[in-house]
Design a protein around this ligand. Structure first.
Ligand code: PMP
Length: 307
């Protein structure tokens, strides 16, 4: 996978090959990393790159550092400055995906809390075909991790062993992706996205107690659907078989954006084509992230024209 020329490591801009940590650091030994995946969108008319909902990603990263009891929690201004400098060093003037990881770097025992490191990188990323075609998914036999064991609300690197097991099994079985259920059998989320169903003109999505990541895109979609599309959204427990009954299904996430699900467990969703409400959500989302819709200017952090 192509990554960037420069990374930001502990505040310094360094060549990609020099962004190294020790092989015995706690993040390697115990999975002590919290991370964010963000996107930046290029607006050609304005010759500007916008990072979408940076403040919310920074808040979530800091929340993760707190719950993981890191002995240092980076200030929001520091995190923003590191990220912007890294994007500028790489001369990013196209759509891109950014990853930022705050990790415990010390070589010590399990309860080690520092020193805390920070690494940020970027990958140029054109739109994927699945936005148009949709994906065919299955419901995994791997159960979603639970809040009282390995909380999905904390975007911790170790959690992703669960997501990876589910996604890998689904792909080996010939699916494009996977949905997971909670331990009481309700719909939770996908391996890297939250899920929405359309039933009788209303949107339905698993509530935040369904062992999901409190997704920033999910919040964006809920707000869009209510205010711009004028439709209702229910946040509640969702049964597996509602997936089979739905008129439309899509998933969303910063990395995934808004992707139609056209089949679940080899059953087509409605007629097996991306549905009209999904298309409207996609359309609005892409206008919003690029700044073609000017609502919520605070959601777009400009990279090139800054004070
Ligand atoms: N759920 C999981 C498990 C994820 O990894 C992601 C991607 N961060 C999401 C949902 C979507 O979250 P967000 O919209 O904040 O990117």
């Amino acid at each position: 996978m192509p990554t960037c020329e420069f990374m930001c490591l502990n505040g310094e801009i360094v060549p990609y090959r020099d962004a190294k940590i020790h092989a015995f650091s706690a993040v390697v030994k115990y999975g002590l990393g919290v991370f964010e995946g963000l996107r930046a969108y290029w607006n050609t008319g304005r010759q500007e790159l916008y990072v979408f909902r940076l403040a919310e990603h920074i808040d979530r990263l800091r929340f993760g550092m707190k719950v993981m009891r890191y002995d240092r929690i980076f200030e929001p201004d520091y995190l923003e400055d590191c990220l912007i400098r890294m994007l500028r060093a790489n001369e990013i003037r196209e759509n891109a995906h950014i990853r930022m990881i705050a990790y415990v770097d010390g070589d010590d025992e399990l309860i080690v809390t520092g020193p805390v490191g920070l690494v940020i990188g970027v990958m140029k990323l054109p739109p994927r075909k699945t936005l148009e075609t949709g994906v065919k998914v299955t419901v995994s036999s791997w159960q979603r991790i639970a809040d009282d064991a390995l909380p999905p609300r904390v975007k911790c690197t170790a959690n992703y062993v669960n997501n990876r097991a589910a996604e890998l099994a689904a792909k080996l079985d010939g699916y494009d992706g996977v949905l997971m259920l909670t331990r009481d059998g309700k719909l939770s989320e996908a391996s890297g996205a939250c899920v929405f169903l359309v039933r009788n003109g209303r949107l339905v999505t698993p509530d935040v107690s369904s062992d999901i990541l409190e997704s920033i895109t999910r919040a964006t979609v809920i707000e869009t659907v209510r205010s711009a599309l004028g439709l209702e959204v229910e946040e509640r427990r969702v049964d597996r078989t509602e997936l089979y009954a739905a008129d439309e299904v899509f998933w969303c996430g910063s990395g995934q954006e808004v992707v139609p699900l056209v089949a679940v467990d080899r059953m087509p969703v409605a007629d097996g084509e991306p549905g009209p409400i999904t298309r409207r959500v996609q359309d609005h989302y892409f206008k919003l992230v690029r700044g073609d819709i000017t609502d919520h200017p605070e959601w777009r952090t400009a990279v090139w024209h800054r004070n």
